[in-house]
Design a protein around this ligand. Structure first.
Ligand code: AMP
Ligand code: FE
Ligand code: FE
Ligand code: ZN
Length: 291
């Protein structure tokens, strides 16, 4: 743990231990079970990992059970798909203390994802691809159905050569088999995360993370920005870190791991210092004390 990371953003290197605050499991569209995520986090020498599945917290308990008796801390999290001004925005709820306020909303999201999965299959059928919902569900298992499960079914059936091409041709934003689904407004999602005792962090803002938007989201109660993410080049990291200082937001970061071989970067790749998690937790505790 004496390793020192260059964060590649013109900032001072920060020493470990490191955490990873954005990871998916088979509870949503990850390839690794919660147990396998914990094993990967231990192998990467992380001190904490946040389980942040799309629209579900179903992987948290199994990850916690797998990490029991180890030095790994499992943070309860979720990645909510929200709408803002007709654009999709992802919100991370981190350090969730009470999962019950999420139950109804996440159950509605699960059903909406199934209905949407069927619509994606119907669209593919109209494009002369005879994929079935059963083939998709074979990949989704117990997890929340998403576009990656459809993509894997398309690869399996031989209709596309690669996962990536499934998105490029059919499933990516604006492609012919990409179907929208009802989403929470960003304001409602932030309020929901707060009711669950957590902190609300804007996931991978990328170039959308402008001063105007950050200010508007701060007014809605946003707590933090995911400063470090594999999709963020150094200028994004620097700008978002500055906004955190300017608007009193907490920094977060993670790999957005989906398991191998589909992940674009390994677990722990963002070298997020453990004190960032401490600051997120303090913010959650302050909310709880003020409530
Ligand atoms: P969904 O929540 O069902 O809309 O699926 C979104 C997920 O699909 C993202 O979290 C990624 O895991 C994956 N995804 C979205 N766009 C792409 C893309 N162009 N290439 C590969 N994976 C993608
Ligand atoms: Fe995903
Ligand atoms: Fe996301
Ligand atoms: Zn994610």
């Amino acid at each position: 743990m004496s390793e020192v990371a260059q964060d590649g953003a013109g900032q001072e290197p920060q020493p470990g231990p490191y955490v990873d605050l954005h990871a998916h499991t088979t509870a949503s569209d990850g390839l690794a079970s919660p147990e396998a995520l914990v094993a990967a986090a231990l192998a990467a020498d992380l001190s904490a990992i946040a389980v942040t599945d799309h629209d579900t917290v179903a992987g948290v308990a199994a990850a916690r059970a797998a990490a029991a008796g180890t030095a790994l801390d499992v943070v309860a999290g979720v990645e909510l798909s929200c709408s803002d001004d007709r654009r999709e925005v992802h919100l991370l709820g981190l350090c969730l203390a009470d999962l019950t306020p999420l139950d109804d909303v996440l159950e509605s999201a699960r059903v909406a994802r199934e209905v949407r999965g069927e619509e994606m299959v119907a669209r593919l059928n109209r494009l002369d691809i005879p994929v079935t919902m059963d083939m998709v569900m074979a990949h989704a298992g117990e997890g929340n159905v998403g576009r990656p499960h459809v993509a894997r079914a398309l690869v399996d059936g031989g209709w596309v050569p690669t996962f990536r091409e499934a998105f490029d041709r059919y499933l990516g934003d604006g492609r012919p088999a990409c179907v929208d689904r009802p989403k929470l407004t960003l304001a409602d999602a932030i309020a929901l995360v707060h009711r669950a005792g957590g902190v609300a962090v804007w996931a991978h803002p990328q170039s959308e993370g402008t001063r105007e938007k950050v200010m508007r989201y701060v007014a809605l109660g946003l707590d933090g920005l995911e400063v470090r993410h594999p999709s963020h080049p150094a200028p994004d990291v620097e700008r978002l870190a500055r906004f955190c200082d300017e608007f009193g937001l907490v920094r977060s970061g993670g790999s957005d791991w989906h398991g191998e071989p589909e992940s674009w970067k390994p677990l722990g790749c963002q070298h997020v210092p453990a004190p960032w998690l401490d600051a997120l937790r303090e913010r959650a505790i302050r909310h709880a004390a003020a409530a």
